[in-house]
Design a protein around this ligand. Structure first.
Ligand SMILES: [Zn+2]
Ligand SMILES: [Zn+2]
Ligand SMILES: [Zn+2]
Ligand SMILES: [Zn+2]
Ligand SMILES: [Zn+2]
Ligand SMILES: [Zn+2]
Ligand SMILES: [Zn+2]
Length: 1755
């Protein structure tokens, strides 16, 4: 709070100021007992400086501490003035090459995905920008505080460890050079002395636990009776609770309580009361009592003030030490020595140990201060980092236990330093070998999970809240394990092997506790009563996934370790399986003459668990063995012989059967917890170490046993053995009319089993299973993901497993398999699968979910149809298995397999009487396809002389034995090919037969032996068949295409009508009315078009017909008919504002008559252009209102619109609206037809007449206002009053409009007034007409700006809704006077007129510099009829319009000339001056005369003319729009196209001379007077004298602020931003206003303010001053655009920053570098310019109801 002065505290003790640091240091130098001397000094002074009252005075305390306490120490260290001493040390220092910058909260950090050893290695922004990594694939995140920059740490980076800045120092650095050699001996000794004393002091006082007693050597002589009631932070109580309690306990205001709570939250403690002991004790007891109800009470201590004083100084001291060691690495080394030196109590007694061990007892503020000191000292010194690491490891168990029981977040715990230590590869390795770190971490972890079941497995079932809390915290240990393992050893010492294997043992113990945990039993009969707890076990599994993978990675690096680990794992698995076959009678299974013994076990009846980490680890190790050299060179070295394949497969098989049964609906009564477990089992986060490994384990088992045996066991576990061993099962089922569910269940189980076989044979893309590498694996994953649909980068990343470095490996292969399609203005960049990759598609890819599988199938078939191929999706060609798995393929040609295939085909052939499914058949066909592919591969790759033993083709052409006398598989396929009920599978069967023939041919050509004769017929038959099928297929395709086209066409038609509904309604009507079409009509285009004045082009009357969107009735727009209205939205606007600081202070008294040229607060009207009957709308709105009231009572929900404020949604397009505008014919025509004028006055005469009229009116009004004045005076006035000729002020014209139209005129007028001024509606208020004119003028100006900014022609094709809106708005504004009081409108006219034509009756009118001329023009023109209607002298309305326009134009020219004189140093134009230039120069001279030469002399008329021309353009354009809509004169065709400035055309259209200065020359008589009066104004004089500013012309368009190209510079900017209210604290949600660039502290208590009696956040408060309630913000931490409107409306909008993949990153979760997308930013700016922000919010809230519930006002 630097800006605010500190409150007065107790007076400063004069003796303190007189202290001399030099003297004190001198005394210390002489002293024999330095410790005592220093302690006495501290004991005396510290309490005098710190904690002298209820409030802290940090600045004063710091100042005094430096003077009295720290100064002497600095003198002492240097032995001279530290101002000279320290720079000397700094100079002599050889600085470290480490950066070590400690990160602030929210600061951006960078990691290089190519070079960082692990993702925790980060750089600060400065280092990053100077490093080679800025051109690499980097990742950007924001720091959560803590942690430091790793620049210069060679262990952290594979390449480029130094940035440019830190590289400079490296050349001179000798490794292991002692930094002390750069320090003088005496400095070393003194530093050592003082560091030892001070560090000791700080540790002692910070860890001091007594509340009112000091350490003996610090005890004071006279101890005052002052105490603090100290409140400590905890993570249990909420802000609100604390605030509420404090208000009660210490009787403070809410604001003070918020202040206390904020400080407690930030610093960890804060004194809330100061005084004597009982006073403080009383507060304490209230707080404790109030907070102890549900939870443990808040921690409060009553502490003696001197203890608090010393502790505060202790903290100060630690930061001081941190800054002092910054001068020299030698000083740092000394501090490290002091810190780590063992104390008198031996083990764990060094200062560092003592601090660490009391970490959990310290408050937040103290912790972060000493953690920072550790980071800048111990962690920055390579030698002591090692020693510190050892201390940390030795204390590891204690520290973690403290952390687990503590309640502070991990970032406030010393335990969090593990990431700094364990991720350093050399330290991690050292700690593993010397401190047995792996084992320690795992054991510590296990110690905290004591809850086990009878078998010693973890049990989370009945966890208490406390245990659950502990479990959450203890998970961070897994993270530590990950850090230690993250960098893999390149060399193995025997020590490392031994200690790693020891750790591996401990790890196996851990996994053993998980093996079989959370078992489930199928619930039959009743549904389970309570969903069992399952999440804890899965959390554990998920957290351990990477660790398990990394353990395997380590093993893979050393064969010895691998084999040992394998043996250990196997041994543990044996233990787990102890009692595997106990007590069970084995059963014998036999099919096709094969038989096998197995145990009796039914998944559906016994316990089964999804957690098998030991088995799965063994599977992982087995694959690694398979990859190793030993596997095929010395297999005898492997412990394979100890394996019992049936035992290996048993548990994974049960787990997979469980999944199948759940899918078959057999476990429905077990509830959602099981469904969730199965989901995660397959999910990308877990599957690598769950599902995938189970498949591998089964593959391992099959490859080691007789496949027939395997299949029989499998049938038995699937509980399908009976079905397949019973002949005629299918028939029996259907005849018995068994329970339909059972048939369905069995079908699904058969399908699942076949799917499993397909996976076992087909999934060979794990390196070690198949002969592939990691790239092939990832490629295959991506191909299958993209087979479903094209995907964005982030979507793809989410579907792939990440490794411990958060890498998926996707980048390296994506180019090979996909094309990238860039995003448009919306949407994201997409990857599309390359067509050539489609052949690798496997329909039964094992990572597909069921939904994905069917989507992929559909997509791939569609693709094939598009390419006019057949729609078969045959299995892809697979890579060969590794030798260890090679025998697995035989399962395909095993007898039992063939038997199963034959059985199912048989069912399909006899389809009617059997229970079978198409899915079953499809899988069988796939399996046959796989077998044929396999055989073909074998034949193609066969070596000389080798015989291919895979003879599937031969086997399927033989007839089988069972089912009884069945035909061969081949024959059955041929039969099925013609089956009408299998249309979909025909292509696949055809493909199989084709492949079969190809194999036949290959066999024939390789061996001469000829094969069966049947072959000929097959081919013949199939080719004939093929023709037929082909024809049919093509016909089908043609039909489908036809249908699709038809559907598309009708859809398009419908859309077109929908989108252009209004167009249809209106254009059709206009055509029908048979009147002249506005534009391009030959009748008007040959003459020059004139928009106004007596010479205005006469437009034939048009009839306009419109249709009501509500009742669909058509009606003509007429003066006397029922009103038709447009839905409209009126809002206040600052979009054009040139002065954002201006706000309307008191709206009730505000006079809006004159708009200031800074346009600071305008009223904008927009419309969607949808027409309704006024009465239809009224009915609709009433029903909305009624509905809303009912709804609010019922639901208390908000809607996206505020009915109470008159808001509603357009019934057709749901556009937010808050009023309606009536549709009108050009109103001037109604009055103009009255008389036919000829002789019209010129400007001078006209001004004279009008002046007389206005004066007359003023006198009359005065009389009316003061009727009681003496009649004599009255008559006097009457004498004075000479009514101008033909002026009849008593005449009141009849209102021509129907009642309904009049009502709507009032309605819209009142709405504009209410919204524009933010006042209560009052239709009588004299300001209503002004607001209507103002809104008309402002809306036209804003549209003119948009058109100019986009370089669009003024009268080009405007969107319908804009055109309709402007037309109705202008005509409405022109007609509004008819419903207002005539005298009021006349009064406005008089005053407006007087601002240009001087009139003594008005004293305080603004000068012409302070009037927006277009607003003035609109006001004058639209108010004029009120005067003119009483004028019967023969002056036409058009004449008045023209003269008003000329008059205002002249004033504007003078305005431009006056305000353009500030520019300097312009080049002279050499060309001879033209007519305009001479004229303007002359005018300028006149102007100089009138201003007393205060205007600068400008010799060149060219410049002046150019300025006038460019300055006046916006005004002319606005005027052209205005008169066009007012009078309905079509625009000249020239202005309808874009091109160069249409100055001349505009002048012609507006009835102006091309040489504008002529206006002055033609009316020189009056001009002089006018110019003189304008220049006389005091404000003009002040401006010319340089005392004030004025707006100059043309006004530039407002833009949103410039955003940096690189998003990280925004993050950096925001991280330096601190909350403006809470003294230098970093803001948690820094938010940037995109309109004015202000950074705000959003979404936080500290910056809430009161607005209209409600608390609102900084953003909402800002919108009121910056955007009249509308705001556009960028939430910097989230990278999210925020739109706000009013207090209740808001939405998030996609940010204009994209990564290289064309995606935004809302929430900055991915961390890819983000760059500004200019187009998207322009789109946001356009929304702003178009006043569409509120509408956008409305649409967003309608689309997403959750947005409605957000408390936008607190942002
Ligand atoms: Zn750095
Ligand atoms: Zn650096
Ligand atoms: Zn790099
Ligand atoms: Zn209607
Ligand atoms: Zn609409
Ligand atoms: Zn704040
Ligand atoms: Zn702003």
């Amino acid at each position: 709070m630097a800006s605010e002065p500190e409150p007065e505290g107790p007076a400063i003790d004069q003796s303190l100021l007189e202290c001399s640091a030099e003297e004190t240091a001198g005394k210390w130098l002489q002293s024999t007992d330095l410790t005592r001397e220093v302690y006495q000094h501290l004991a005396h002074y510290v309490p005098k400086i710190y904690c002298r009252g209820p409030n802290p005075f940090p600045q004063r305390e710091d100042m005094l501490a430096q003077l009295v306490l720290l100064g002497p120490m600095e003198w002492y260290i240097c032995g001279e003035d530290p101002a000279f001493g320290f720079p000397k040390l700094e100079q002599a220092n050889k600085p470290s090459h480490l950066c070590g910058r400690v990160f602030k909260v929210g600061e951006p950090t960078y990691s290089c995905r190519d070079c960082a050893v692990d993702p925790t290695c980060v750089l600060c922004m400065e280092c990053f920008l100077g490093s080679i990594h800025r051109d690499h694939r980097y990742r950007m995140t924001t720091s959560g505080g803590g942690g430091f920059c790793d620049c210069g740490d060679t262990e952290a980076w594979k390449e480029g460890p130094y940035c440019e800045k830190h590289k400079l120092n490296t050349s001179e650095i000798e490794e292991e050079e002692d930094p002390l050699i750069h320090l003088p001996e005496d400095v070393i000794t003194r530093t050592y002395n003082i560091f030892a004393i001070m560090f000791h002091y700080a540790v002692e006082i910070l860890t001091w636990e007594k509340e009112s007693e000091l350490p003996a050597d610090l005890e004071m002589v006279e101890k005052p009776d002052t105490y603090y009631c100290m409140l400590f932070n905890d993570e249990v109580h909420t802000y609100e609770q604390v605030i509420y309690t404090l208000q009660k306990a210490v009787n403070c205001t809410q604001k003070e309580a918020i202040g206390f709570a904020t400080t407690v939250d930030r610093d960890g403690r804060r004194s809330v009361r100061y005084g004597d002991f009982p006073y403080c004790e009383q507060a304490k007891s209230v707080i404790v009592r109030n907070t102890s109800r549900q939870t443990k009470p808040l921690k409060v201590q009553v502490m003696h003030s001197s203890i608090v004083a010393h502790q505060n100084f202790g903290l100060k001291l630690l930061s001081w030490l941190g800054s002092i060691i910054g001068y020299s690495d030698g000083l740092r080394r000394i501090l490290c020595q002091v810190g780590l030196q063992e104390g008198p109590d031996g083990e764990n007694s060094s200062l560092v140990d003592r601090l660490m061990l009391s970490d959990s007892k310290l408050w937040k503020g103290a912790r972060s201060v000493y953690h920072q000191l550790f980071m800048s000292s111990l962690l920055m010194d390579l030698k002591y980092k090692k020693l510190f690491a050892v201390r940390f490891a030795k204390n590891y168990e204690r520290l973690q236990s403290d952390y687990v029981t503590d309640d502070h977040d991990r970032e406030y715990s010393i335990a969090d330093l593990s990431v700094q230590i364990f991720t350093v590869p050399s330290l991690a390795r050292m700690l593993i070998t010397e401190e047995n770190l792996l084992t320690i971490i795992i054991k510590t972890f296990m110690d905290h999970l004591r809850h086990r079941d009878a078998q010693g497995r973890f049990q989370f079932e009945r966890y208490t809240a406390l245990q659950a809390f502990k479990f959450r915290r203890v998970q961070s240990l897994i993270l530590d394990l990950k850090y230690v393992l993250i960098s893999k050893p390149t060399e193995w010492s025997d020590d490392l092997r031994q200690k790693f294997l020891e750790g591996f043992d401990a790890f196996l113990e851990l996994l053993k506790c998980m093996q079989g945990m959370d078992p489930v039993t199928r619930q039959v009969g009743q549904h389970i009563e309570m969903e069992p707890e399952w999440e804890a076990a899965f959390t554990l599994q998920m957290k351990l996934t990477h660790v398990i993978s990394m353990m395997q990675d380590w093993c893979a690096l050393d064969e010895k370790v691998l084999i040992e680990a394998y043996k250990k794992c196997l041994a543990v698995l044996m233990q787990c399986h102890g009692g595997f076959t106990d007590g069970e009678q084995p059963v014998t299974l036999s099919i096709c003459g094969h038989s096998v013994e197995t145990i009796r076990y039914c998944v559906s009846q016994k316990k089964v668990s999804i957690h098998l980490p030991v088995t799965r680890l063994l599977a992982g190790l087995h694959v690694l063995l398979s990859k190793s050299e030993v596997a095929y060179k010395f297999p005898e070295l492997l412990p394979l012989s100890e394996l019992s394949p049936p035992m290996l497969i048993e548990y994974p098989l049960r787990c997979l059967v469980l999944c199948a049964q759940v899918h078959a609906g057999m476990w429905r009564r077990n509830g959602f917890s099981l469904v969730n477990q199965i989901y995660y089992y397959h999910n990308v986060k877990c599957r690598r170490e769950m599902f995938d490994k189970d498949i591998i384990m089964l593959q391992t088992g099959v490859s080691m046993m007789d496949p027939n045996h395997f299949l029989m066991i499998m049938l038995s576990r699937f509980e399908l053995y009976q079905i397949f061993s019973t002949p005629d099962y299918g028939k029996r089922l259907s005849s018995e009319t068994t329970h339909k569910d059972v048939v369905q269940q069995n079908n699904t189980l058969i399908e699942e089993m076949l799917y499993l076989i397909i996976m076992l044979v087909g999934e060979r893309f794990s390196p070690g299973v198949g002969q592939v590498n990691a790239t092939d694996e990832i490629k295959r994953e991506i191909i299958h993901q993209l087979s479903i649909k094209p995907m964005a980068h982030s979507e793809l990343v989410k579907s792939l497993p990440e490794d411990e470095n958060k890498e998926t490996g996707m980048e390296s292969v994506i180019e090979a398999v996909a094309h990238f399609k860039k995003p448009g203005l919306t949407g994201r960049g997409m990857y599309e699968l390359k067509p050539e990759c489609a052949k690798e598609f496997n329909l039964y890819f094992y990572h597909f979910s069921r939904a994905e599988q069917s989507k992929a199938e559909e997509a791939q078939r569609k693709l094939k149809r598009q390419n006019r191929e057949d729609t078969a999706l045959p299995p892809p060609i697979l890579p060969p298995f590794c030798p260890l798995f090679a025998s697995l393929v035989n399962i395909l040609q095993s007898d039992v397999m063939l038997y199963i295939i034959r059985t199912i085909l048989h069912w399909a052939v006899e389809h009617n009487g059997c229970a079978w499914s198409e899915a079953m058949l499809q899988r069988v066909l796939h399996l046959i396809g796989m077998a044929l592919q396999e055989e073909k591969q074998h034949l193609e790759n066969v070596m000389e002389e080798h015989v291919v033993t895979f003879t599937f083709a031969q086997k399927i052409s033989k007839p089988g034995e069972a089912p009884n006398n069945s035909s061969s598989i081949l024959a059955m396929l041929e039969t099925l090919q013609n089956a009408p009920y299998l249309e979909v599978h025909k292509d696949m069967i055809r493909w199989i037969l084709k492949t079969f023939n190809a194999i036949k041919k290959m066999r024939e050509s390789s061996s001469t032996s000829s094969v069966a004769e049947t072959e000929g017929t097959i081919t013949e038959e199939s080719s004939r068949d093929k023709d037929k099928a082909e024809r049919k297929r093509k016909a089908e395709i043609a039909r489908l295409r036809r249908e699709k086209v038809m559907a598309q066409m009708s859809e398009m038609q419908r859309n077109f009508i929908d989108e252009n509904k209004d167009l249809f309604q209106q254009t059709v009507a206009e055509e029908a009315s048979n009147s002249a079409v506005l534009d391009n009509s030959p009748m008007v285009s040959d003459t020059t078009l004139t928009a106004l004045g007596p010479a205005q082009t006469q437009v034939p009357k048009q009839r306009q017909f419109v249709t009501c969107i509500l009742c669909q009735e058509e009606q003509e727009v007429k003066v006397e008919s029922k009103a038709m209205v447009l839905a409209a939205f009126v809002q206040r606007s600052t979009v054009l504002s040139k002065n954002r600081n201006k706000v309307i202070q008191d709206p009730e008294k505000y006079d809006p008559l004159f708009m200031h040229p800074d346009l600071s607060c305008g009223t904008h009207t927009g419309s969607c252009g949808h027409v309704m009957h006024a009465h239809c709308w009224q009915r609709y709105f009433d029903s909305v209102q009624a509905k809303e009231q009912r709804r609010q009572q019922r639901l208390r929900l908000h809607t996206s619109y505020d009915v109470e404020n008159g808001e509603f949604l357009c019934p057709l397009c749901e556009c937010l609206s808050n009023t309606v505008i009536p549709l009108l014919l050009p109103p001037r025509n109604i009055f103009n037809n009255r008389l036919n004028f000829s002789d019209q006055p010129n400007l001078t005469q006209w001004i004279r007449t009008i002046s007389q009229q206005t004066k007359a009116l003023q006198i009359l009004r005065k009389e009316e206002r003061i009727p009681n004045i003496a009649s004599s005076k009255n008559s006097e006035n009457m004498d004075e009053l000479q009514l101008p000729e033909g002026f009849r002020p008593d005449f009141h014209p009849k209102n021509p409009y129907s009642d309904s139209i009049k009502e709507m005129l009032t309605t819209f007028g009142t709405a504009t007034y209410k919204v524009g001024l933010k006042v209560h509606p009052n239709e009588e208020d004299p300001r209503v007409p002004i607001m209507c004119w103002g809104s008309c003028a402002y809306t036209i100006q804003s549209i003119e700006r948009i058109l100019s900014d986009e370089d669009k022609p003024l009268f080009g094709p405007l969107p319908c809704r804009l055109d309709d809106c402007l037309r109705s708005l202008t005509r409405f504004a022109a007609a509004h006077w008819t419903v207002a009081l005539l005298s009021v409108v006349q009064g406005h006219f008089c005053k407006l007129f007087a601002s240009l034509v001087p009139n003594d009756n008005y004293g305080d009118l603004p000068c012409i510099l302070d009037i927006d001329m277009f607003h003035l023009l609109v006001g004058l023109v639209l108010a004029f009829p009120a005067l003119q209607c009483q004028d019967f002298s023969g002056i036409s309305l058009g004449t008045g319009d023209l003269h008003i326009f000329h008059l205002v134009t002249m004033a504007h020219i003078i305005q431009i000339l006056l305000t353009s004189c500030t520019e300097e140093n312009e080049m002279d134009q050499e060309t001879p001056a033209g007519e305009e230039e001479l004229a303007v120069l002359a005018l300028y001279k006149t102007l100089r005369q009138h201003t007393g030469s205060a205007l600068k002399e400008i010799p060149s008329g060219w410049h002046l003319w150019r300025r006038v021309r460019t300055g006046i353009m916006p005004f002319l354009k606005c005027s052209a729009l205005f008169f066009h809509y007012l009078n309905g004169v079509p625009s000249p065709p020239e202005i309808q196209v874009s091109g160069t400035s249409h100055f001349e055309h505009l002048c012609n259209y507006l009835s102006l001379p091309n040489n504008l200065i002529c206006l002055f020359q033609e009316n020189s008589e009056i001009t002089k007077l006018l110019i003189e009066s304008w220049c006389q104004h005091n404000e003009v004089k002040r401006y010319l004298e340089g005392e004030r500013d004025a707006i100059s012309y043309p006004r530039e368009s407002n833009k949103l602020i410039d955003l940096p190209e690189d998003y990280s510079s925004l993050i950096n900017q925001a991280s330096n931003f601190s909350c403006p209210k809470s003294g230098g604290d970093k803001s948690r949600a820094p938010t940037l206003c995109l309109v004015c660039g202000t950074l705000l502290c959003s979404q936080s208590y500290c910056c809430q303010t009161e607005l209209e009696g409600e608390d609102v956040g900084a953003c909402t408060a800002h919108t009121y001053s910056c955007g009249s309630g509308v705001g556009i913000f960028l939430r910097v931490r989230e990278c999210q655009v925020l739109f706000l409107a009013g207090k209740t409306k808001g939405c998030f909008y996609s940010p204009p920053y994209l990564d290289d993949y064309g995606e935004t990153d809302q929430g900055l979760r991915r961390g890819n570098p983000l760059h500004l997308c200019k187009e998207r930013f322009k789109k946001i700016q356009k929304l702003w310019h178009q006043h569409s922000i509120t509408e956008e919010i409305g649409h967003a809230q309608e689309a997403n109801q959750t947005l409605v519930g957000i408390d936008w006002q607190h942002l």
